[in-house]
Write a protein that binds this ligand. Structure first.
Ligand code: GLC
Length: 472
């Protein structure tokens, strides 16, 4: 990771008193080799605890390591019509995947959830989904289909998976603040909503999964070496293909394929304090003002929902200390969550001496009088926060890569942060290559993978049912 000193060298035209303050404020953000190594050790330990046979040991882990029950990947050559749903971010998606000899053609429609639905009773969320599926089936002329269309449901919230098509919600996360729903089965909630809002809809919900699982499925369709799926969007999480014998708590059959997809749920790592060694005052403040206080610690260091706020807090501190904007914090800059990760992406998209994007963003914050010096510092802060964020997520990913233990591994990544940020990919690769993992690693974008992948999981689910492959 670029040390603060290197960053200061780049700020050639900034007065030295300001540089000193800059160094003081940004130094705690620096993650050296020791902290990266410690983060990887923590992750390894958390994974071990979470897969233990003993329930009390499992409780010591912050992460879930949920056994998804998905055992099969696409084989190639599949045929048929399948549906995928993707609920987790602000956009809800319905996807139709038509498979012909293993080749998929995909149609997607987006539906936007309102703030009111996101914080109202969860029946509202599921009614919205039911009505959207109905609208989509009408559009696709499938509404009067004679046979039920197999459907995979990406439901990206921590859940206890009971079967391929049964998962109990443990907590809402990200922008979802429904007062109820926890403890209920998301598939049943959807079936009830369909019965209320669109009775007789010709769908059969055969699989429910996290977006990481569906992204992995989609990635594996693109590249057979794909064994890991990662989400780097509003929230963050990962799933990987694990050998059955490595999961002590696994209680299903050991038929071929002797593997199962495991949903790590790494977002909540650190909730017990095991990541306090790298947390800064900025992460603590983000947490205090977040929807879910004292939880999802890991995610708050780098996921899209928080990254902009992280940068904003650093900028406010630098301004209050007189390093930026003549010490004047505008009302816009002072407003929590106003600085989005989309802003960070835009600023980091300015190449070399370009400043257009940065100036545009600063204008939105009523900072159009920013000096060249301010611009240079703002850009340096964004780059620093992003490099740190990429390193943190890459360190956790490296542990999964080590675990998969193959000479070549492809990682499928979906999410707006990874897709749009110009440097996230390179910074992640930078750390991965520094770690000498003895694995050739490829990171690929699986755009909108979670919708398409949900449909692929439906294919896998049907095959498992047919071949009586059971995971418990
Ligand atoms: C949050 C959710 C998790 C999901 C991730 C990415 O961390 O808890 O289930 O996979 O966001 O969307």
């Amino acid at each position: 990771m670029d040390a603060v000193a290197n960053r200061m060298e780049r700020l050639t035209d900034v007065a030295s008193a300001k540089k000193q303050k800059f160094e003081e404020i940004l130094k705690p953000l620096y993650l050296g080799e020791d902290k990266i190594k410690r983060l990887m050790d923590v992750m390894e330990e958390q994974m071990k605890l979470a897969t233990s046979k003993d329930e009390n040991t499992r409780k010591k882990s912050d992460i879930l390591m949920a056994v998804t029950h998905v055992r099969c990947l696409l084989q190639g050559g599949e045929n048929g019509d399948y549906l995928g749903l993707d609920l987790g971010g602000t956009n809800f998606r319905v996807v139709r995947v038509q498979l012909k000899d293993g080749m998929a053609s995909t149609t997607t429609k987006y539906y936007t959830l309102t703030e009111q639905v996101l914080s109202g009773p969860c029946a509202g969320v599921f009614d919205f989904i039911a009505e959207s599926i109905k609208d989509f089936l009408q559009q696709e002329n499938l509404i009067n289909s004679d046979s039920k269309i197999p459907l995979g449901f990406t439901f990206s919230f921590p859940s206890t998976q009971l079967a391929l098509n049964s998962a109990i919600l443990l907590t809402w996360t990200k922008s979802f603040k429904c007062p109820d729903g926890v403890g209920s089965d998301s598939v049943q909630l959807l079936e009830q909503a369909i019965a209320r809002k669109a009775p007789g809809l010709p769908v059969d919900i055969v699989a429910v999964m996290s977006d990481t699982t569906s992204t992995l499925m989609a990635g594996n369709y693109l590249d057979k070496k794909c064994r890991i799926g990662v989400i780097l969007g509003t929230g963050s999480n990962a799933a990987f293909v694990e050998h059955l014998e490595n999961i002590e708590k696994y209680g299903g059959d050991f038929k071929e394929p002797k593997q199962v997809l495991v949903n790590v749920e790494w977002g909540c790592m650190g909730d017990s304090g095991c990541l306090d060694f790298y947390k800064t005052e900025f992460e603590k403040e983000i947490d205090q003002h977040s929807n879910h206080v004292n939880s999802f610690t890991f995610e708050k260091s780098f996921a899209g929902m928080y990254l902009g706020e992280f940068v904003r807090l650093v900028l406010v501190k630098l301004t209050n200390e007189g390093v930026l904007f003549n010490g004047h914090v505008t009302e816009e800059l002072a407003t929590r969550w106003k600085f989005t990760s989309g802003f960070v992406t835009k600023i980091d998209s300015d190449k070399d001496k370009e400043t257009t994007n940065t100036r545009n963003i600063l204008e939105k914050l009523n900072l159009s009088t920013a000096s060249d010096e301010d611009i240079a510092i703002v850009r340096e802060v964004c780059d620093f926060v992003v490099q740190r964020a990429s390193y943190i997520v890459a360190a956790a990913l490296a542990v999964l890569i080590r675990h998969v233990n193959l000479p070549e591994v492809t990682v499928a990544i979906d999410g707006s942060l990874y897709e749009h940020h110009p440097k996230f990919h390179n910074y992640m690769m930078e750390l991965i290559s520094q770690l000498n993992l003895h694995t050739q690693v490829k990171l690929i974008l699986a755009k909108d993978g979670s919708g398409q992948g949900a449909a692929f999981a439906a294919v896998a689910a049907l095959r498992q049912i047919e071949e009586n492959i059971v995971s418990a």
